[in-house]
Design a binder for this molecule. Structure first.
Ligand code: F6P
Length: 343
């Protein structure tokens, strides 16, 4: 078969492992030919491709990023975008397309599938917020990076008796903040799911420090929001999928914390360090399993489906289901586990 592959949305450690698995099994077992579309949906619109074969995939397993590059282009927001994408797919004689991405990329894949394109989806996002799968690859790596950073912040905060606000990624869901916060022993974890009360945050911090010298690390997801009317945040720009470009809430928060508690407060914004570099072994394995399952789905004609992890098995779920609901942090994890260590 002639199979197209693309990676869309924010990059994520493990993307190359998926590509490698798709190509290795496809070429060796099914004698497939591959076409790599560059820069996500933009490459499909603009008919920009690279040859993708086993040789091209050598050595990419431990590499972060994506050899196909990526973008946040939405064909439905580009002039004649969908028409041009369909022309490319026909021009390239693509019989099936493997789209690796998060809710936006898979949302486009779902719409194209409804227009008759043979698409199989692979879920990807460090945010881990796709409801149809229990885990996405890249999340584990991001949590590991954030946890190591929090460990380092602890020793410097301790030495100065300071509070440090550490901002992590997580636009609509606070999975990274919650996991890294628990693993790193955070004093507060602020997530988009539950607007925070700055009064309460400062009260808890003061109480901790009143017990003696204490290093307090406040982990905040970039998409966290204060309770209405309590703190004003800057308004961000929007991308083609209507998402805000976030980052920087930690600065406002630190200023307010220092003012209200009287403790010196510093800021660390981890930003894209969480998405860069080599994937953890766990993410490499999950990404490889997804890649193998995706090419198998192609040969079973399971189009309009996405591969997913459920109860440690790789299953197929309709793309439609994959993009309808966000998976948000379980409140029990926040309240019954993380909060025990806030006071
Ligand atoms: O892909 C998800 C994500 O990592 C979010 O956590 C974050 O808000 C966003 O991407 C950042 O996107 P960009 O790299 O386009 O600035």
């Amino acid at each position: 078969m002639r199979v197209g592959v693309l990676t869309g949305g924010g990059d994520c450690p493990g993307l190359n492992a998926v590509i490698r698995a798709v190509v290795r099994k496809g070429e060796n077992l099914f004698a497939d030919e591959f076409v790599g579309f560059l820069d996500g949906w933009r490459g499909v619109i603009e008919n920009r491709t690279i040859t993708l074969n086993v040789e091209r995939c050598r050595g990419i397993l431990p590499r972060g990023g994506t050899i196909l590059f990526t973008s946040r282009t939405n064909p439905y927001k580009v002039d004649r975008g969908v028409e041009r994408a369909l022309e490319t797919l026909s021009d390239q004689r693509i019989e099936a397309l493997v789209a690796i991405g998060g809710e936006d990329t898979l949302g486009v894949a779902n719409k194209l599938s409804q227009q008759g394109i043979n698409v199989v989806g692979v879920p990807k996002t460090i945010d881990n917020d796709l409801s149809a799968t229990e885990l996405t690859f890249g999340f584990h790596t991001a949590v590991q990076i954030a946890t190591e950073a929090i460990d380092r912040l602890h020793t410097t905060a301790e030495s100065h008796d300071r509070i440090i606000v550490c901002e992590v990624m997580g636009r609509h869901a606070g999975w990274i903040a919650t996991y890294a916060g628990i693993a790193g022993g955070a004093a507060e974890i602020l997530v988009p799911e539950e607007p925070f009360d700055i009064d309460e945050v400062c009260r808890n911090l003061k109480a901790r420090h009143a017990k003696g010298r204490f290093a307090s690390i406040v982990v905040v997801a970039e998409g966290a929001e204060p309770k209405e009317g309590t703190l004003t945040l800057a308004s961000p720009e929007l991308d083609q999928f209507g998402h805000a470009r976030l980052g920087g809430i930690a600065n406002t928060l630190a200023e307010e914390i220092e003012k209200r508690t009287g403790f010196e407060t510093r800021v660390t914004i981890l930003g894209h360090t969480q998405r860069g570099g080599t994937p953890t072994a766990f993410d490499r394995v999950l990404a490889t399993r997804f890649g193998i399952a995706a090419i198998e789905a192609v040969h079973d004609g399971a189009f309009g489906q996405m591969v997913a992890l459920r109860a440690d098995r790789i299953v197929r779920v309709p793309l439609e289901e994959a993009v309808t609901e966000l998976k948000t942090v379980d409140p029990e994890l926040l309240h019954d586990v993380a909060e025990v260590f806030f006071k």
